[in-house]
Design a protein around this ligand. Structure first.
Ligand code: MD3
Ligand code: FE
Length: 218
């Protein structure tokens, strides 16, 4: 396959968009952190806890490759989803959360009006062409009062923002390299997902989209 165009970044950089009351999209907010984020992923996180495609409790391989850093990592098991203190592949603690990850997550949360956010987990999701995330709710965390902060890197994707029942209509939000989403409070338990990612090339991530999701899990 050939690609004749690289994706464009930061078209609306600096804009803060508010969808529902507590769903904020900070366009281009992560751009100043990109170099540190990519270094952290490639030199600190992946080298200790490699990317892997986890198997759902129903026995399906996820199309997204994942790893984690921070005190706890998100894993699947035969019985469900959970946060664990150790990486089940290495039996070691997850790699430490790089400092730049924490600063970005906290300054994005502050900008969206969530003060004192201290995430204990960062999930790293890597999407290749065709990878998707079906509509789901994030309910594996102990405390729903903390927000979730998510950072998009690399090729663009379409985010689905649903309601509080699986069958509720979803709206589509285009997410580009450097965009940060912050949501919580009344919107914390909305269904959400990612449409299958289209093949493209990005100068920083090449053929993939990387999503970092920061959470306070306990
Ligand atoms: C809106 N990841 O890992 S993050 C996940 O882009 C996950 O990889 C997606 O959903 C990704 O669980 C989306 C953004 C996100 C996460 C949770 C939400 C948006 C949300 C909860 C409520 C509303
Ligand atoms: Fe989610």
């Amino acid at each position: 396959m050939t690609f004749d165009m690289f994706e464009q970044d930061g078209v609306n950089a600096g804009q803060a968009e508010c969808y529902e009351q507590d769903v904020h999209v900070l366009r281009g907010f992560a751009l100043p952190y990109v170099q540190d984020l990519m270094q952290g992923i490639n030199k600190q996180v992946k080298t200790t806890s490699p990317l892997r495609k986890m198997t759902t409790p129903g026995g399906y391989s996820m199309s997204v490759a994942t790893t984690s850093c921070g005190q706890r990592g998100w894993i699947t098991s035969d019985t469900g989803y959970q946060y664990a203190d150790r990486d089940p592949i290495t039996n070691l603690p997850w790699p430490e959360m790089p400092k730049a990850f924490m600063s970005l997550a906290q300054s994005a949360a502050n900008k969206a009006g969530f003060l004192n956010f201290v995430p204990d987990s960062c999930l790293i999701n890597v999407y290749q062409a065709g990878s998707k995330m079906s509509l789901h709710q994030d309910k594996d965390e102990a405390d729903f009062s903390a927000p979730i902060v998510s950072v998009s890197l690399g090729i663009s994707a379409t985010f689905l923002l649903g309601g509080f029942e699986r069958q509720d209509k979803s709206s589509h939000i285009a997410l580009h390299h450097g965009d940060v989403m912050v949501w919580g409070r009344a919107d914390r338990l909305r269904f959400h997902g990612i449409l299958p990612v289209k093949a493209a090339l990005h100068s920083i991530t090449q053929d993939c989209r990387i999503n970092l999701t920061f959470r306070k899990t306990q």
